[in-house]
Write a protein that binds this ligand. Structure first.
Ligand code: KG4
Ligand code: ZN
Length: 334
């Protein structure tokens, strides 16, 4: 049994978790900074770093205490070393290095998106490799073939905004609080997804890439034409915008699964918490005979348990980080 302590500080959540053999969560503690950043309408990097600095040790203490582990019972330390905000990543990486160094523990630096892709291993029914992974978060919208190793092959990515970024920017245009994805998800529930016909960029072009900036512009132009939206008009706009994003994400994911010959699809990242995306992808996957795996919402948004799982797999494949491990804000996965 290997107990891994994982630390995640890539954006605005300070998180630590203890996970056994990459499968069993003993503790998963998250301190969100959402309230701190809300009044700025988005994440302020320096404020995020300072908050990580204040919270990272108390959060690690809490993760150890809740898991009933002392530092002496740990087998390894995993930490997100990129991509993300430089000053935010550095806090987690430095603490992880200090702990590994003082306790003589193996250290593994993990790619944030590998964490999202492997979060599904923490569910009751994890998929076997290979699978097709759609990672949709605030910073990324990418399609990866995840193969034995694990190894990762990038099949498609966004050419401009990430899906979560599009949700957050449109929410801001509508005067909704940050982060806007969940607000739009809630408002869309009472709206008509066919009320407004928004563009689906790059559809039927044979590409596996995404583009969401035109959709955001179309929403802005709609708001400029109609003026401030309230009530049913607001709900219809949210539902129509959400439908356009979910339509593109789910159809591209199934195109990618087909072209790569993969029969298992994993939906992950913060936007995978979106109810319409889960529903539409489930329907299309069933029609295509593809098995769909989606972690529960709290394992979709940023957390450290997913970093522990990816760390365990990376340690198993022989990865070890040295004491000069650095944070890399634009680290590539494949
Ligand atoms: O993975 P994540 O927690 O952090 C990053 O690595 O970026 O993803 C955060 C993103 C935000 O853009 C947020 O608005 C979006 O996920 N999000 C959602 C929902 N819940 C979170 N977007 C749409 N619907 C949701 N229910
Ligand atoms: Zn993330």
């Amino acid at each position: 049994m290997v107990r891994i302590l994982a630390i995640e500080t890539s954006c605005d959540e300070t998180a630590a978790a203890v996970v056994e053999n990459g499968r069993v969560i003993l503790s998963n503690v998250i301190a969100s900074q959402v309230e701190v950043h809300r009044r700025f309408g988005g994440v302020v990097p320096e404020i995020a770093s300072r908050n990580h600095l204040a919270k990272v040790l108390p959060i690690i203490d809490e993760a150890l205490a809740r898991s009933g582990s002392g530092l002496e019972s740990l087998g390894a330390i995993a930490v997100t070393c990129g991509p993300g905000l430089a000053g935010a990543l550095i806090v987690g990486v430095q603490v992880a290095k200090a702990l590994a160094w003082t306790r003589h523990l193996p250290l593994v630096g993990v790619h944030h998106l590998a964490g999202h892709l492997h979060a599904v291993a923490l569910t009751e029914r994890p998929p076997e490799l290979p699978f097709l992974g759609l990672v949709v978060s605030g910073g990324h919208s990418s399609l990866y073939a995840v193969e034995a190793g694990p190894s990762y092959r990038l099949l498609g990515r966004t050419l401009d905004d990430a899906a979560g970024e599009a949700f957050d920017k449109v929410a801001k245009l509508l005067g909704l609080p940050y982060p806007g994805g969940v607000e739009i998800d809630l408002l869309a529930e009472g709206g008509d997804p066919n009320a407004i016909s928004f563009p689906r960029a790059l559809q039927n072009r044979g590409t596996l890439d995404f583009s969401f900036s035109g959709l955001k512009t179309a929403v802005r132009q709609h708001i400029e034409r109609t003026g401030e939206l309230r009530g049913q008009a607001l709900r219809d706009l949210c539902a129509s915008f959400q439908e356009a994003i979910c339509d593109v994400l789910s159809s591209r994911a199934l195109d990618a699964a087909r072209s790569a010959g993969l029969r298992r699809l994993v939906l992950c990242g913060g936007v995978a918490a979106n109810r319409r995306l889960r529903e539409l992808t489930a329907r299309r996957a069933a029609e295509a005979g593809v098995e769909l795996f989606v972690p529960p919402p709290k394992l979709c948004t940023d957390n450290a348990a997913m970093i522990a799982t990816a760390g365990w797999l990376w340690l198993e494949r022989g990865d070890r980080s040295r004491s000069d491990l650095d944070a890399d804000p634009s680290l590539a996965l494949a």
